[in-house]
Design a protein around this ligand. Structure first.
Ligand code: SD4
Length: 325
């Protein structure tokens, strides 16, 4: 956790500017503080973030780039068959197809995304290739698959016996109801990191709502909704009901709040409050995590139960998020 002293130092710098009318260049303020601290931080959603953070942390410690850390970190979750909301073993749509969504963003405002991608274990790495090898930001469906195969990715069956059994049970019990996805199965991994050079990056990857309508895409691959990174300010990522998060462009909202001087937790709280105010009848869960240029982090969720994993100052820990209700 960020020490009270560090928090006071950074808020005093920004606060002083507000009192005197002097407008600090946030980029410069963040850069100089970070140069002194030189502390990497990685933060990710849910309990599975702990394992993913381990891999990301090794890269950050080794003076690696935040972009590599977040990509390699979330690949751990994508490959885990026991996590039924991300990658391999993710619950399928109501027709039995595992369709994956992911996006990534680096310190230079480069972004890449894939959605409705089938049979590829690591959508996050395809998203990175979209960012680095094409003039586009987003590829979906058949086009994304063709691009992945052309770049050496292998087709794999992502439906495990466990997920297939859960899908068959759902069909029986829900009679193929078109608008009743499994609202409990949404533990996307979103990960944001600050490296030793003071650069931020983020990644977000999911199989989306379990038993969703075919073709449904949530917030996770949408730049600004599921993830946003502004290297001058901070980064944010989201988890929970994508339909609600898209409507308030959640992650971008969090970053803009940090730009205006809010702490990461306060910024996430603004997004949660906006969501609860605007999205009528919201009865699910949505949560945000954020990390600023100074290495301060936080999270906030609509409901009790959201957790996020933070690796900083050599310690990897799970934090119970603050929440609205
Ligand atoms: C989506 N936000 O597809 C994703 C699902 C998710 O935890 O759980 N996030 O709506």
């Amino acid at each position: 956790m960020v020490s009270r002293r560090k928090f006071i130092i950074s808020s005093t710098v920004v606060g002083a500017g507000l009192v005197t009318g002097f407008k600090p260049d946030i980029k410069d303020v963040g850069f100089s503080i970070n140069q002194q601290q030189n502390q990497p931080v990685v933060i990710s959603t849910w309990q599975h973030g702990i394992e993913a953070n381990e891999v990301a942390w090794e890269i950050l410690l080794d003076n690696g780039r935040a972009l590599d850390a977040v990509e390699q970190g979330v690949r751990v979750t994508e490959a885990d068959p026991n996590i039924t909301s991300v990658g391999y073993g993710g619950y399928p749509d109501r027709d039995g197809n595992v369709t994956l969504d992911a996006c990534i963003m680096d310190e230079n405002c480069n972004a890449g995304s894939v959605a409705f991608l089938k049979n590829i274990m690591h959508p996050i790495s395809v998203a990175r290739l979209v960012m680095e090898k094409t003039p586009h930001v987003m590829l979906v469906g058949e086009g994304a698959l063709r691009f992945a195969l052309a770049n050496g990715f292998q087709k794999e069956n992502l439906l495990t016996a466990q997920s297939k059994a859960a899908w068959e049970k759902w069909i029986k019990e829900n009679n193929y109801t078109p608008y009743k996805p499994d609202e409990k199965n949404h533990d996307t991994i979103g990960m944001i990191a600050l490296d030793k050079n003071g650069n931020l990056s983020g990644a977000c990857t999911t199989s989306g709502l379990g038993f969703k309508m075919q073709g449904r895409i949530g917030d996770s691959p949408i730049i600004g909704a599921g993830l946003y990174v502004d290297n001058e300010v901070g980064a944010a990522t989201a988890t929970g009901l994508g339909e609600a998060i898209i409507k308030i462009v959640g992650s971008h909202l969090v970053v803009e709040q940090m730009r205006m001087g809010k702490s990461p937790t306060e910024a996430c709280k603004v997004a949660v409050e906006r969501l609860l105010k605007k999205v009528k009848g919201f009865s699910d869960i949505a949560g945000f995590i954020a990390l600023n240029k100074q290495g301060e982090y936080g999270g906030y969720s609509t409901n009790f139960g959201f957790q996020y994993a933070v690796y900083s100052e050599g310690e990897n820990k799970l934090i119970n998020s603050e929440f609205a209700k």
